[in-house]
Design a protein around this ligand. Structure first.
Ligand SMILES: Nc1ncnc2c1ncn2[C@@H]1O[C@H](COP(=O)(O)OP(=O)(O)OP(=O)(O)O)[C@@H](O)[C@H]1O
Length: 247
């Protein structure tokens, strides 16, 4: 059984075909990178999987269960977590408080959790703080973190939700080369054992983390395979060459 499968997935926005007949499969525990030029349909695809956008046609299966047309909150509670590109944390709360809010089963910092539950949460969040390299910063407000650290905190928040499938939308946007490299290491270590989809443009980062890559173009599946295989693919080369000529 696949972690994620789509069959004939299509969406059109008032006649504009943003995604057409997409058949896609992701194995459990697999890390997949989705590539494609601007407007290829990558974000739209992730919006469909997370229930933010409803398909015009087709099906989405998560662990073999149909999630097509389910609400974003139901999909999230089934175990699909997503980190958006932009900052999405509480600047005025501390690093730890941000993790507490994200923690699976928590109703926020003000909820009266049972003592044992609280201890369990504390241990798990401490572990996450170490994993994302922010243990020393745990009492600092999120606002004073660097751009890279904020992104890593958000990855920790995602981890705190304990999702089976993790979706990362362009996680290295705005990062220095050094931060980008560290993000690559984090993505590979902290989400180990989970299924992961990463949408990304930065080729150094893609080279660092990618095993299998799916290339979308104009809402359609263009190529799939190892990075070396898709880079050799004539159709892929044409699409990216055109992009560069237009740039
Ligand atoms: N709600 C919407 N209404 C109309 N058109 C939309 C909507 N959402 C996306 N589109 C169009 O669908 C196409 C695919 O967009 P999408 O954002 O999925 O591409 P992308 O591959 O994520 O691109 P980028 O790399 O620039 O983020 C674009 O042409 C976009 O303008």
């Amino acid at each position: 059984m696949y972690a994620l499968e789509t069959k004939g997935l299509s969406v059109d926005f008032n006649g504009f075909k943003a995604l057409t007949d997409l058949d896609f499969t992701l194995e459990k525990g697999e890390l997949r990178v989705i590539l494609g030029p601007n407007g290829a349909g990558k974000t739209t695809f992730m919006d469909l999987v997370t229930g933010k956008t409803k398909p015009t046609k087709g099906e989405i299966l998560f662990n073999g269960k149909k999630i097509t047309r389910m609400s974003p909150s139901d999909i999230s509670s089934m175990g699909i977590g997503r980190k958006f590109q932009g900052p999405n944390l509480f600047e005025n709360l501390t690093v730890t408080e941000n993790l507490e809010i994200a923690y699976k089963g928590s109703n926020g910092v003000f909820s009266s959790l049972l003592f044992r539950k609280k201890k369990e949460m504390k241990n798990q969040l401490e572990e996450i703080l170490y994993q994302i390299g922010l243990y020393e910063r745990r009492y600092d407000d999120a606002a004073v973190l660097s751009h890279g650290q904020k992104q890593w905190l958000e990855m920790g928040m995602l981890l705190a939700q304990d999702p089976e499938l993790v979706i990362l939308d362009e996680p290295t946007t705005g990062m220095t080369a050094e931060e980008t490299f560290k993000t690559g290491e984090l993505v590979q270590s902290i989400f180990k054992g989970r299924s992961v989809i990463v949408v990304e443009h930065d080729m150094a980062f893609v080279r660092q983390i990618a095993k299998k890559v799916t290339v979308l173009h104009q809402g359609q599946h263009l190529a799939e395979g190892s990075l070396a295989q898709v880079e050799r693919n004539k159709k892929v080369q044409e699409v990216y060459l055109k992009e560069e000529t237009h740039a």
